[in-house]
Design a protein around this ligand. Sequence first.
Ligand code: DX5
Ligand code: ZN
Length: 221
Amino acid sequence: MIVAPSMLVADFARLGEEARALEEAGADWLHWDVMDGHFVPNLTHGALPMAACRAYSSLTFNAHLMISEPMRYLEGFVEGGADIICAHIEAEDDAREFLQAVRDAGRRPALAISPDTPAGTLAELLPLCDMITVMGVHPGFAGQEFIEGTVEKTAEVRAMIDGLGRAVHIQVDGGVDTSNIRRLCRAGADVIVSGSFVLRHPQGYTTAIEQLRALERDHPA
Ligand code: DX5
Ligand code: ZN
């Protein structure tokens, strides 16, 4: 299982150190939550903070673009060192065009679907994706309550991927913690994002990541 802590919950006054600390704590990827205040009712950052941290960590950088126009800002994320670039299927821009542009830039393309978007919406675009992000919460904020229907939706997406005959990651993003990680792995998730559970854990990043991995070991993805 790939653990991708969300930098949204990191200390923005010390992002480079946080990136380094999460790598030392056993994280596999770093998840960058980009929000434009239009697609979601929150405004975080563009590519700059991620680009500034590129030299601090060798981990895979996963940019999660919760923005209306991902094509308009794609170049900044490519130049800034994002490895996997994910846009929302609900965004204004054409998803097929976005996925191709990411691939043409030599990066790995991904699509995210929000809780109210049916998994079937992905069908035609799945062959163009290296990853599908199934949102466990309505996008916009960390620390929200996990939406239980996400488990069933994850299994639905996994069944669609199994029918493809090619490897596509399933990332679950939002509200993931020790209460739901087993069910999500059993349903077919192999990448999990964690903001609050890892970065606000009372015993620190290493213990938090170890607790997630211990539970997943019972049900390897
Ligand atoms: C929500 C973001 C998630 C969120 C994760 O819009 O995409 O990545 O920050 O934080 P938690 O794990 O606290 O839900
Ligand atoms: Zn995210």
